[in-house]
Design a protein around this ligand. Structure first.
Ligand code: PLP
Length: 438
């Protein structure tokens, strides 16, 4: 049953001569199992040895339609015949901007190129708008690779977090300036009391509360009832900017993202990933009032690649399809089928588990059937068992992230047959792991 990985290993040896750890993102390093994919098609990826995997990573979420989705590829190929960027506004930017406004319900939009850039700019806007500097984020939430928020992401170990009452900011590695520690407060997600206490004590310095509306970097832990509304209320009451980081949820869990799904509105929201089916485009959107601070001589925003033609051309088609057709509903139905099947398999195997999140990006934990409420809860689940089963699944031909903190993503081109096949493979993987443990 073992898959051949000869060519993958050869290429990986070469990659190690060029890139630290042989990869261009630390998240892609899987030790000896580091992947080299050569192409994607619909809901599949193919490695350098032509092994096919049903893909539930979808590049960490952006591929909402499918790999190499023909309508998107055609539109991008057409658009780039005339060049990729001009350091001037292009009509495509305007039409995509209009669509983003319509779908998200936000008043104003500025583009960026990645989710990292979008959250970085959102922070600057919030600081400029409020004249304050400190930001609250939540343990286990991830907002990109810039230094400002790279504390207590899903890389922080349980023993480093400190007490719930006074959490420690854990930098995601060396090189993050000490001075930035003082500008970030990490709190447990879904903890109403800790948030209220902190806001009441520190509001005079608080520029923003940034939140992942579903913990898309922590097993899709859901906001408990009233949590997002609680943040909203405190932000309104104390003049703090609420930034909803929709980089994973935007244009995926609903056309209008988490704001539509939960009926809660941020002052700013950040988007990337599904906006362009994998092409580089991101957006910061917000209310007229908060976004009005952006401008020459006022608040800096820009970038050579901002509003680039491949990204905006891809977004135009992707958003048009999402708007006109019930694509997200169709993905949700497949996702429900997958969630129900996984639930059945784990129940039959007598493995305690809890599955959560919207079917377009759900997650689950093993070793407990209690719903995890925050990052600390997720770290108390059986991460090793989860990983072991996923590694067996990958060996059989379907791929999800071996770390339960990363959700399973679905795309429009995942078929019913793909889901059935995945469930058979997952059942076999569970059997193999249970067998190995006697
Ligand atoms: N915000 C969230 C919620 C994310 O999940 C991510 C990436 O996974 C980012 C921001 C950063 O986006 P990017 O990788 O495009 O820089």
């Amino acid at each position: 049953m073992a898959r051949t990985r000869t060519r993958t290993r050869e290429l990986y040896e070469r990659a190690k001569q060029v890139f630290p750890f042989g990869v261009n993102s630390n998240f892609r390093y899987w030790g000896d199992d580091t992947n080299i994919f050569v192409r994607g098609e619909k809901g599949y990826v193919f490695d350098a040895d032509e092994n096919r995997y049903i893909d539930y990573r979808l590049a960490f979420g952006p591929v909402i339609l499918g790999h190499g989705y023909p309508a998107v590829v055609r539109r991008v190929a057409e658009a780039i015949q005339d060049g990729c960027m001009y350091a001037a506004t292009h009509p495509l930017e305007i039409s995509v901007g209009e669509r983003v406004k319509r779908l998200t319900g936000m008043d104003k939009v500025r583009f960026a190129t990645s989710g990292t850039e979008a959250t970085m700019h959102a922070l600057r806007i919030a600081r400029a708008y409020t004249g304050r500097e400190v930001v609250i984020k939540f343990e286990g939430d991830y907002h990109g690779f810039h230094d400002y928020l790279l504390f207590t992401t899903a890389l922080a170990s349980r023993s480093s977090l400190g007490s719930r009452r006074s959490p420690i900011n854990v930098p995601a590695g060396s090189g993050i300036p000490r001075a930035l520690h003082d500008l970030v407060i990490n709190l447990p997600y879904n903890d109403f009391e800790a948030l209220e206490r902190t806001v009441k004590a520190k509001w005079g310095n608080l520029a923003a509360i940034i939140v992942e509306p579903i913990m898309g970097n922590n097993a899709s832990v859901m906001p408990v009832e009233g949590w997002l509304e609680h943040i909203r209320r405190l932000c309104t009451e104390y003049g703090i900017v609420m930034i909803i980081d929709e980089v994973k949820t935007g244009f995926r869990i609903a056309r209008g993202g988490a704001q539509e799904y939960f009926g809660v509105r941020g002052d700013l929201a950040t988007y990337a990933k599904s906006i362009a089916n994998g092409f580089p485009l991101a957006a910061i959107a917000g209310t007229e009032e908060v976004m009005s601070v952006v401008g020459p001589g006022s608040v800096a925003h820009g970038g050579t690649y901002v509003g680039n033609i491949p990204g905006t051309a891809a977004a135009e088609v992707t958003l048009e399809l999402l708007e006109k057709e019930d694509i997200l509903g169709s993905i949700a139905r497949r996702g429900q089928q997958l969630m129900a099947g996984l639930d059945r398999i784990l129940t039959d195997a007598g493995l305690p588990h809890f599955i959560q999140g919207p079917p377009q990006m759900f997650g689950f934990v093993l070793g407990t059937d209690t719903p995890p409420r925050d990052y600390r809860d997720c770290l108390n689940t059986n991460l090793a068992l989860y990983e072991h089963i996923i590694m067996e699944l990958i060996e059989r031909g379907a791929i999800a992230e071996p770390d339960c903190r990363e959700p399973w993503f679905l795309c429009y081109e995942h078929s019913e047959a793909d889901i059935d096949e995945t469930l058979n493979l997952y059942a076999d993987a569970v059997k193999a792991v249970k067998g190995a443990h006697g």
